[in-house]
Design a protein around this ligand. Structure first.
Ligand code: GLN
Length: 451
């Protein structure tokens, strides 16, 4: 009841695209009853969670923020959703997002923009903007988002909450609508690190429906708050990242002061040369648009949701064109065209192969860094939350703002944004921390300690 009232009173934020009022109340009553009868309680008994509109929940609408999936109901649930329900969580609704998770501001949604609850003239970030605001404004306890290039960490940073992108393979992608399959991961928003850890523990792990989901040991939520595990750490940061002219000087100053504080606390913090900074955003956009052009070819007006109303005499190709032209928004079309171009004969080697080579260099670099260091720190984003509309006319400027988040998706390592700072403009922002692949436990432990 509390969360339903909160959602109703903040409707104008547009964080939710669907609210399952009746179903959530029924589930809460049933859980309460079973608790009173002394039946065992799931690990997330009564925890109220929202899910991003790219995560399937059986017999509920899922649209990926797109007109092309209008009136489409999921025919099965994502593994992550099944696991939440099996542990007695309450799914209260679906959160707004950029269409097919493509964007950094939540302005690319067919359901309209989402407002940042701390300053309603600003965006919440994206693409999981609705999930970030749902947690920020107290409209649920935790939320599932997806992170292909920063879509959990950057909105967490813009909204002042915690956002975790697990290692690639940590959480099953079964039932997650694909944007770029070799980058996508379901991530978690929470008010604090133990909450995020509690949800991760439930949704992580091997899955027969996703061969990339790992059987590595699942980080135990109880160990996250274990203070005895803490020891002086070797921490790296990329020199070029903190020197980048794109970075807001106040963010730079605050991170440099934090580095001094970490040193005073007994940690070793060292700069590492990162000669690839200028190549990570281009490599990310070449590879993800290529994967997206292939993944999104299934939306043809026949199999799912929306279909264009064309004259019966027109041929099939005309029908596809009409459905896709009308069903997809501008940003999605831009990426489908870009991805089709970089995969086309004659350009494949110049763009796609080249970007794959860059990706391999980044993986090699990551291995070198984590041979020597326990953790890597970076800003989450070069600035605080943008003003609504500020970056919409300039897609390249928008893409470049992903400079600090795409690294962990290109290399498959986990990353978290924790809200540590306030800017003089009144907005919060976070610190991004990364560890080696599948080292979420130490990532969560040190994040908890630093918050
Ligand atoms: N902002 C990035 C993009 O537009 C990240 C998207 C994501 O992580 N889903 O591609």
């Amino acid at each position: 009841q509390h969360f339903l009232l909160a959602i109703a009173s903040r409707r104008h934020l547009n964080a939710y695209t669907q609210v399952f009022s009746e179903e959530a109340l029924e589930k809460a009553a049933a859980l309460d009853q079973s608790r009173k009868e002394g039946k065992p309680m799931g690990r997330l008994h009564g925890v109220v969670i929202s899910i991003k509109d790219v995560i399937s929940y059986r017999q509920h609408a899922v649209s990926a923020g797109s007109k092309i999936l209008q009136n489409f109901n999921a025919v099965y649930s994502a593994t992550a959703v099944e696991r939440l329900l099996a542990e007695d969580a309450i799914i209260i609704g679906v959160t707004n997002c950029d269409e097919f998770a493509m964007g950094s501001t939540n302005e690319n949604s067919a359901y309209g923009k989402v407002l940042n609850a701390l300053d309603e003239t600003r965006v919440p970030g994206g693409s999981s903007g609705g999930s970030a605001v749902a947690v920020q404004a107290g409209l649920c306890m935790a939320s599932l988002g997806s992170d292909t290039g920063g879509s959990v960490r950057q909105p967490a940073d813009f909204c002042g909450v915690v956002g975790l992108k697990p290692s690639y393979g940590r959480v099953s992608r079964y039932g997650l609508i694909a944007y770029a399959s070799s980058f996508d991961q379901i991530g978690i928003f929470g008010q604090n690190v133990p909450d995020v850890a509690a949800v991760l523990e439930v949704i992580a792990g091997a899955d027969d429906f996703d061969s990339t989901a790992t059987s590595e040991a699942i980080p135990s939520a109880a160990s996250v708050t274990d203070e005895t595990a803490l020891k002086p750490l070797r921490i790296a940061y990329f020199r070029e990242a903190l020197e980048s002219p794109a970075l807001d000087p106040e963010i730079r100053e605050n991170i440099l002061s934090l580095i001094e504080k970490l040193k005073a606390d007994g940690h070793t913090v060292s700069p590492v040369d990162f000669e690839y900074l200028d190549y990570i955003v281009p490599a990310y956009y070449v590879l993800t648009t290529a994967e997206a052009s292939s993944n999104l070819s299934r939306f043809d007006g026949v199999k799912y949701g929306f279909r264009a109303n064309v004259d019966k005499k027109q041929d099939l190709i005309e029908f596809y064109k009409a459905s896709r032209s009308d069903g997809f928004g501008w940003e999605v079309k831009r990426r489908i065209m870009l991805g089709t171009f970089v995969l086309s004969a004659g350009y494949y080697d110049a763009y796609f192969t080249k970007a794959q080579q860059v990706r391999q260099l980044l993986v090699n670099k990551t291995n070198l860094v984590f041979n020597q260091f326990d953790a890597l720190i970076l800003p989450t984003a070069p600035s605080t939350a943008f003003r609504i509309g500020e970056k919409m006319e300039d897609p390249i400027a928008m893409y470049l703002a992903d400079i600090f988040t795409v690294f962990s998706n290109l290399t498959g390592i986990p990353g978290i944004s924790i809200p540590l700072f306030w800017h003089s403009n009144g907005m919060p922002y976070g610190l991004q921390i990364m560890t080696n692949r599948f080292c979420e436990l130490s990532l969560l432990q040190l994040s908890h300690q630093w918050m």
